[in-house]
Design a protein around this ligand. Structure first.
Ligand SMILES: Nc1nc2c(c(=O)[nH]1)N[C@H]1C(S)=C(S)[C@@H](COP(=O)(O)OP(=O)(O)OC[C@H]3O[C@@H](n4cnc5c(=O)[nH]c(N)nc54)[C@H](O)[C@@H]3O)O[C@H]1N2
Ligand SMILES: Nc1nc2c(c(=O)[nH]1)N[C@H]1C(S)=C(S)[C@@H](COP(=O)(O)OP(=O)(O)OC[C@H]3O[C@@H](n4cnc5c(=O)[nH]c(N)nc54)[C@H](O)[C@@H]3O)O[C@H]1N2
Ligand SMILES: [Mo]
Length: 770
């Protein structure tokens, strides 16, 4: 008789128990303390399916023969050869040594952006950086695809990016105190399913329920009505994408026009507000920023805008701004303008008042904030100062030696010879994939370490098969959740796959730095050590007793200390001198000396409306639609894309492109039919879903479908929006990604197209079958 083993585990989408029988996963149970578990937990068993897994170390045949002199255009085309781990390890170590000796460590790009596993020990990119830091360093990246323009502008204007990472008003306090809630973007259980490094309880819906119970006024500013749950009964203002800044400025301008602005707050707590007010009242450029002006840009109703303005002053008002708004051209502006509007309304620092960023973008933003130090393996000290803004990867590869700016500094792109990517999928995450492909042909060697045959792995020279988290022991944790969670091994590794730690430990040993890398600990030694670091920090610094390691490991989770009912900047509002911010003035910057001296046209010295490169206001014809490529409901990015929760949201084996009835009729598109989305950058197929929740002029295609190019044109047949998106920086100041700025055409597709999954599988077989 076989017995079922219960294994505690966790992923970015939450904690769960795996039921394992005879080495197979036979069931999944949600974490007992989670009121709203994510359905993605049931997809995890897909990791045990070998069909899309890399099962052995693999080297592209041309590279094996000619090394750095190989034909790099053969990436993704030429067959791979299986090699032993010893051989693969030696090849990788030799390449690292060759490049650092011949060109210097900055020629190794190991920014390696990506979500990898939620495990804080086998954390692929941290272990990669730890390895390279022991041998002289690498070129890394700053900020994230999630948030870059946002934190850059907040560091400058608030002295900290904490307001965008869960450090602003907590949702419990908003739910109790706010009277008018204006949601720019979303507060959506869809995105709140996930949290970087795992999450214990998912609490967004609990707070939204409380908001619904209190019956406060909620206004949803978004091109998509289901960015808030329907039961919240919010007013929907279907804004034109990328125009929120104009709405915020128009509202602020109305308040100023009526002389209702909080001069006391502006004088005591802000600097440069005269510049901002002069822009709002039109004395700078002759254009008054008011409801009529904002209505013209946003497509919203003048009367609604002018009526809302005084309400933001007269009631306790809170603005929430999703991360998505800053993932767009001039993405600094909606964050800064939101801050400006909340300041003009005088609401900052009051319970349930002001502005906060990213609520619901991840599950823990706005949750009680962790005070402890979550577990993490150290990357050690980086010996060289070489980095790129994360989304400038293609620019780096295409333009070695060129200058770029970041936060007002000018720097130079290094000459990249070797790229090492562990735990990320740039052929998922980067904009304008065909442009990336051009950059990808430049470095001499590309190493990818991933469990899956991703599009990125297919285009590598050396592919190292990592195990997934269910094949090893680890622990998860995060500042935005109140638990540390065990991640216990459930099944044996597939094929010859090895854990990320074992892979890097072998490489570090080859490079002669094994002892410093592993510090004499094995897997369980490290898991125990990282837990103990967190536990002793909580005890010493906070007087909080976490359970001992053995209890943690047998229970599967341990509670961490958190701060609840928090009002951001309350102390600062009371006494701005004593609680000065780390900004150029010590106060909230609404008019910036630094930006005035930089003189950038794409990031002025005050919050401003600057037209994005592509938006409905400059669509050439009425058949250009604004593409919103938001986060997928049934998976995390490209992870578990073929598993059940992800497939449940596909239609006819492709991603759904949601489109308004009005546009569908005028473009001759039937619900359920195949459509081609295209622009000058590329083309992709999807299945049309006609949906009244989408604003006219907008098409919504989630991210994450596995890039499946076909034919000479490279038509992607899976529905990956990044063949269409625009690869431009948000501005010279922030250099963030502008994914949400993109115009496309959508048309019925009459041709025949293979099934995306079948075609993908054939591609893997053609490349990797020995
Ligand atoms: N158009 C558009 N593009 C976007 C966005 C958008 O809004 N619109 N959003 C952007 C955002 S916010 C983000 S964060 C990025 C996400 O981009 P990524 O983080 O690159 O996406 P993931 O699919 O999560 O990639 C993680 C990779 O890690 C691998 N992996 C999983 N577990 C392990 C492990 O244990 N070890 C190793 N070695 N590998 C592992 C997975 O197989 C996968 O290939 O996408 C960005 N791209
Ligand atoms: N299920 C699931 N959850 C996820 C992820 C995932 O892959 N899957 N990824 C996680 C990651 S890494 C991140 S960074 C977060 C991202 O979190 P967000 O950035 O908040 O998520 P998005 O889905 O990109 O965008 C949210 C909504 O913003 C709206 N929006 C887009 N452009 C505009 C605009 O110009 N104006 C207004 N007003 N609204 C706009 C869209 O309608 C969209 O549905 O999500 C996280 N959560
Ligand atoms: Mo993200």
């Amino acid at each position: 008789m076989s017995t079922i083993k219960r294994v505690a585990h966790c992923s970015h989408w939450g904690a769960y128990t795996l039921l394992v029988e005879n080495g197979e996963i036979v069931g999944t149970e949600p974490f007992e303390h989670d009121p709203h578990p994510s359905p993605i937990i049931h997809s995890v068993r897909e990791w045990a399916d070998p069909s899309r897994r890399v099962l052995r170390p693999m080297v592209r045949s041309g590279w094996l023969e000619k090394r750095e002199k190989s034909n790099r255009r053969q990436r993704g085309k030429e067959k791979f050869v299986a090699v032993s781990w010893d051989e693969a390890t030696a090849l990788v170590a030799e390449e690292i040594d060759r490049v650092r000796n011949d060109f210097g460590n900055a020629s190794i790009f190991a920014g390696s952006y990506g979500w990898t596993s939620s495990g804080r020990f086998h954390h692929a990119s941290s272990l990669l950086k730890r390895t390279l830091n022991l041998v002289g360093g690498y070129t890394g990246h700053v900020d994230t695809y999630s948030i870059a323009a946002g934190p850059v502008i907040l560091r400058h204007t608030l002295g900290s990016e904490e307001a965008c990472g869960g450090g602003a008003n907590t949702l419990d306090s908003i739910a109790e105190n706010t009277e008018t809630l204006v949601v720019f973007g979303a507060l959506s259980p869809r995105t709140a399913q996930t949290e970087a490094g795992g999450i214990g309880p998912h609490t967004l819906e609990t707070h939204l329920k409380r908001i619904a119970e209190r019956g406060i006024r909620v206004i949803l500013i978004s091109p998509l009505r289901d960015d808030l749950p329907e039961w919240l009964d919010a007013e929907w203002w279907p804004i034109r994408p990328n125009t929120d800044t104009a709405l915020m400025l128009g509202l602020a301008g109305e308040i100023v026009k009526a002389n209702r602005h909080d001069s006391d707050f502006l004088n005591r707590c802000c600097s440069g507000s005269e510049r901002f007010l002069a822009y709002l009242d039109g004395s700078v450029d002759g254009v008054r920023k008011d409801a009529a002006w904002a209505a013209g840009i946003t497509g919203l109703d003048i009367a609604d805008i002018s009526a809302l303005a005084p309400v933001l002053v007269d009631t306790r008002s809170m603005l929430t701004v999703s991360w998505s708004l800053q993932r767009a051209h001039h993405g600094e502006q909606p964050f800064w303008a939101g801050l400006g509007l909340a300041a003009v309304a005088g609401q900052i620092g009051l319970p349930g008042g002001g502005v906060g960023f990213g609520y619901g973008s991840l599950g823990g933003v706005g949750a009680p904030y962790g005070l402890g130090k979550p577990p993490a393996i150290s990357q050690l000290q980086k010996p060289i100062d070489s980095f790129i803004p994360v989304a400038r990867i293609t620019d780096l590869l295409l333009n070695p030696g060129a200058e770029f700016t970041y936060q007002g500094e000018t720097r130079t792109y290094p000459d990249t010879r070797l790229v090492y990517w562990a735990g990320g999928n740039p052929y998922h995450h980067h904009q304008d994939i065909h442009r990336l492909e051009e950059g990808w042909s430049r470095p001499e060697t590309i190493i990818v370490q991933d469990p899956m045959w991703t599009a990125t792995a297919q285009r590598a020279d050396i592919v190292l098969p990592a195990t997934t988290s269910i094949e090893r022991n680890d622990l998860a944790g995060n500042r935005r959740t109140n638990y540390v969670m065990a991640m216990q091994k459930a099944i044996e590794p597939l094929g010859d796959a090895r854990s990320d730690f074992d892979i890097f430990n072998a490489i570090a040993t080859r490079l002669g730095v094994g002892d410093a890398f592993n510090e004499g600990r094995d897997e369980m030694g490290w898991v125990r050590h990282l837990y103990e670091q967190t536990r002793s920090d909580a005890a010493e610094r906070l007087g909080f007793e976490m359970v001992d390691f053995d209890t943690f490991w047998s229970v599967g989770s341990a509670e961490m200390p958190v701060r609840e009912n928090y009002t951001y900047l309350a102390g600062f509002r009371q006494d701005p001198e004593a609680n000065a911010l780390k900004t150029e003035s010590g106060r909230i910057v609404l008019g910036s000396e630094k930006l005035a001296s930089l003189g950038y046209a794409d990031c002025l010295d005050h919050p401003a409306w600057i037209e994005p490169a592509e938006w409905l206001g400059n669509a050439k014809e009425d058949n250009e639609l604004h593409l919103v490529s938001h986060q997928p409901t049934g998976r995390l990015h490209s992870q578990l894309e073929s598993a059940e929760a992800s497939r449940a949201h596909k239609r006819n084996g492709r991603e759904q492109a949601r489109i308004n009835r009005h546009d569908a009729e005028r473009l001759g598109i039937r619900d359920g039919s195949t459509v081609r989305l295209w622009n000058a950058r590329g083309a992709s197929l999807a299945t049309a879903t006609v949906d009244e929740a989408v604003r006219a002029g907008v098409v919504v295609l989630p991210t994450g479908a596995w890039f499946t190019p076909t034919g000479n044109s490279g038509l992607d047949i899976a529905g990956n929006p990044n063949v269409l998106t625009l690869d431009v920086p948000t501005s010279q100041f922030g250099q963030g990604c502008s994914a949400h700025t993109c115009l496309v055409r959508v048309e019925p597709y009459e041709g025949s197209a293979p099934d995306a999954f079948d075609h993908y599988q054939e591609t893997i077989a053609a490349l990797a079958d020995a």
